[in-house]
Design a protein around this ligand. Structure first.
Ligand code: GTP
Ligand code: MG
Length: 206
């Protein structure tokens, strides 16, 4: 793929990403009533670099052409939504799923079923309709929705070993899994504190 082809390829993915970002922004300020804090802590997004597109296609045993990328990759556009609580993640997923003009291409609930290494996150690939002058096309955006503690774990795990071969593998695996469990416990602790706080303010004693 030439640089020119790459820039031509990513235009509609960037459009789809922008459209979805706007919807997330709307959900963030409207999902709860105005006196409840917003569900989203922060959002990260990226368009896959030319080199990573080509590397991924190569790993899949395909040539790195424009067409191969368009037909085989669904994570050219990616958004990561970091929430405070698991409840926020669920609310966002339900709301996105309820937006009838979006297509759910794939869903993976690694919160309900964590990966064996301890990884947790909600993954949903959405098809976003992009309306151009003479045609409408759906473009996929990969959305990863997770809590702050899930993001902390995933970022550290990625930093120390994602897709790397390590000699001290077993030891690291056990450690990561233990940390995932500890973070899960802490997260529940904060959830309890939060619901107590909400109850207090609801009963007017807070
Ligand atoms: P990819 O080929 O990497 O796209 O994986 P996949 O198609 O099997 O999809 P999956 O939903 O498992 O993972 C998609 C993305 O989630 C990855 O590109 C990472 O950003 C993230 N992810 C998945 N598993 C892990 C993990 O074990 N650790 C970390 N840090 N991130 C992960
Ligand atoms: Mg992927």
């Amino acid at each position: 793929m030439t640089n020119e082809q790459y820039y031509e390829l990513i235009v509609p993915y960037q459009d789809a990403l922008n459209l979805l970002m706007a919807r997330l922004d709307v959900l963030n300020h409207s999902i709860y009533s105005t006196d409840v804090p917003k569900p989203i802590h922060n959002i990260q997004f990226r368009i896959k670099k030319k080199q990573s597109i080509e590397n991924k296609l190569e790993r899949k045993g395909m040539n790195g052409s424009f067409t191969a990328a368009k037909e085989n990759l669904r994570d050219i556009a990616g958004i990561r939504v970091i929430c405070y609580f698991v409840r926020d993640v669920e609310q966002l997923v339900d709301n996105l799923r309820g937006q009838r003009d979006l297509i759910v291409i794939q869903e993976r609930n690694y919160i309900q079923d964590p990966k064996s290494n301890g990884y947790r996150s909600y993954h949903i690939i959405l098809g976003i309709p992009v309306y151009y002058m003479e045609r409408t096309e759906y473009y996929p955006v990969e959305v990863q929705i997770r809590t702050i503690s899930m993001d902390f774990w995933a970022s550290m795990e990625h930093r120390v070993c994602y897709k790397q071969e390590r000699r001290d593998k077993q030891e690291i695996q056990a450690m990561l899994k233990q940390y995932a469990e500890l973070l899960g416990e802490m997260e529940k602790g904060f959830e309890r504190l939060n619901s107590e706080e909400l109850e207090k303010s609801a009963s007017g004693t807070g």
